[in-house]
Structure formats: structure tokens, C-alpha cells
Design a protein. Structure first.
Length: 165
């Protein structure tokens, strides 16, 4: 069990909003790169616009291109969270709110556990369960993946941040 208190719903939500903005920025960049890739395939005559007025219309109409874009955007979000959780236990938003995700014995998450946790968070909706778990304040993703989110002291938060150098 951790030496730090479990993270309450409000802090998790604030962190999620912060991280959501970062993920949206990555999603926008990913979308631009995907549009450029599809446009490049059209330029090389590998794909054709056909009757579509632009690349976006083609992607919307083609089930394969549309599905690839969706998979790519989900992958970007999952990898964003998994990367930070495996590296330091903190995303950018979690660092700002002094939160850390870890195993019950205080260790960082492995890649498989971090990916499973990200997928099982259900776009943040899994955090609603925190409101009903009065004692341990665990979210759905914490229950599924045997993790916990704790509130670090200011000193400990600095230690985590400084250890990334």
C-alpha cells in the first residue's frame, strides 16, 4: 500500500482535462500527417479521389481509410498515456496535479499494463467509479489493471520530475 493518499475524483478530472488538451493537439497533428499521406498516395496514383471533392471527403466515404484514421487516433491517445505511465507514472496533467499512477507496491506500470489501463479507462469515464469507492478511490481502470493513483507531496512530485533528467 502506498504512503500517499488516493487521488480524489476532482483531481483526476482536472488532470484528465489537462491531458485531453494535449491529446487533442497530438490528434490534430496526426490527422494532418494522415491527410498528407493520403494526398501523397493520390499524387502517386496509388489512390484516386474519384468523385470526391477533396481528401477529407474521400477518407469519410472510404471505410478502410476511415477505419485506419480512427485506429491511428486511438493508438496516439493510448500511446500518449502508456508512454508517460511507464516512464514516470505521470502524464503532463498528472504532474501538474501531483498525481501518480503505480502498482499497489509503488512500481511503475509495464507497457502491457499501461496499454490495458489506457484502453479500460473508457475515455475517462472509468473515473466515475471513484465517486463510489469511498475508501480506496479506485477507478474502473485501476480495478481492472491492479493500479492506484495517488496524490504526491510537493517534494515527492519534484523528485519524480527531477529523476527524468
Amino acid at each position: 500500500m502506498s504512503d500517499f493518499p488516493p487521488a480524489p475524483f476532482a483531481r483526476r478530472l482536472a488532470s484528465l482535462i489537462y491531458d485531453g488538451l494535449v491529446v487533442v493537439a497530438f490528434a490534430m497533428l496526426t490527422t494532418v500527417l494522415y491527410l498528407l499521406l493520403v494526398n501523397g498516395l493520390i499524387s502517386m496514383d496509388i489512390l484516386s479521389l474519384g468523385s470526391h471533392e477533396d481528401v477529407s471527403a474521400l477518407i469519410q466515404a472510404d471505410p478502410i481509410l476511415y477505419s485506419l484514421r480512427a485506429i491511428l487516433l486511438v493508438a496516439v491517445a493510448v500511446l500518449f498515456f502508456a508512454y508517460f505511465w511507464t516512464k514516470s507514472g505521470q502524464t503532463i496533467g498528472m504532474r501538474a496535479w501531483r498525481l501518480k499512477v503505480q502498482t499497489p507496491d509503488g512500481k511503475l506500470l509495464s507497457w502491457p499494463r499501461a496499454i490495458a489501463r489506457s484502453l479500460s479507462a473508457l475515455l475517462g469515464l472509468g473515473n466515475i467509479i471513484v465517486l463510489f469507492d469511498f475508501k480506496k478511490k479506485r477507478a474502473l481502470q485501476d480495478l481492472i489493471c491492479a493500479t492506484e493513483v495517488v496524490v504526491l507531496s510537493k517534494e515527492e512530485n519534484k523528485k519524480v520530475y527531477n529523476s527524468l533528467d
